[in-house]
Design a protein around this ligand. Structure first.
Ligand code: CA
Length: 224
């Protein structure tokens, strides 16, 4: 899941980036409103964390512009002021949720999970395909109860496939949601990582879960 963080205070931005990366999210950071708006326009983010007081364009303006463009990416607004008028204006600008700085990182993460879950039909934090389970809270992955160790990128890739279980996930979708802004989409990296994940998830088990769909991409599904 790929998140854009728009925050001009470098310390806060890097604190958020580090914390989200530790939770296996893919993070891009913009340090002013114009850059944030530009990145949100060209990349299909799963969520945007948007500070209000920003140089260039403030958070309200960025949010309004994205909604005007019919971009319905979930937006979590941040503000330094605990002002109810800011909160109302933020929500009326099209933000989905609102958090006052300083915030507890645990609450920040929980709100992000809620917004990301809203996009899905299931509200569960455990994703399941056949006997494969991925817990989005603990990041634990098991198959038939047996723990599978994944790197951060492998986890993000598997999570993305499992969120779209039964659907074809194209290489473009993977490059846009599992890798950040610096990713070279012409490289062979996606195939390599799909094979890593496949090996870990399927080794020692009789049924295949991750299928290649010729010319289109990949699909994770229960064969039975
Ligand atoms: Ca700010």
């Amino acid at each position: 899941m790929r998140i854009l963080v728009v925050e001009d205070e470098k310390k806060i931005a890097s604190f958020i980036e580090r914390g989200l990366t530790e939770q296996h999210y893919i993070v891009d950071v913009a340090y002013d409103g114009n850059e944030g708006l530009y990145l949100a326009e060209i990349n299909p983010y799963d969520l945007v964390v948007l500070d209000i007081m920003l140089p260039g364009k403030n958070g309200f303006a960025v949010c309004q512009e994205l909604r005007r463009q019919k971009n319905d990416v979930p937006i979590l607004m941040l503000t330094a002021r605990d002002d109810v008028r800011d909160k109302i204006f933020g929500l009326d600008s099209g933000a989905d949720d609102y958090l006052t700085k300083p915030f507890a990182f645990g609450e920040f993460l929980a709100r992000i999970r809620v917004l990301l879950r809203r996009q899905r039909t299931s509200q569960s934090t455990t994703l399941k395909v056949a006997d494969l389970e991925l817990d989005q809270l603990t990041h634990e992955v098991t198959r038939d109860g047996k723990k599978i160790e994944l790197t951060s990128t492998e986890y993000s890739l598997l999570e993305y496939l499992m969120i779209h279980a039964g659907q074809v996930v194209t290489r473009t979708m993977i490059s846009e949601h599992v890798w950040d802004q610096d990713f070279d989409s012409y490289s062979n990296v996606i195939n390599v990582y799909v094979n890593y994940v496949r090996k870990k998830v399927e080794a020692g088990f009789s049924s295949k879960l991750i299928h290649s769909v010729r010319g289109r991409g990949y699909m994770i599904k229960d064969e039975n």
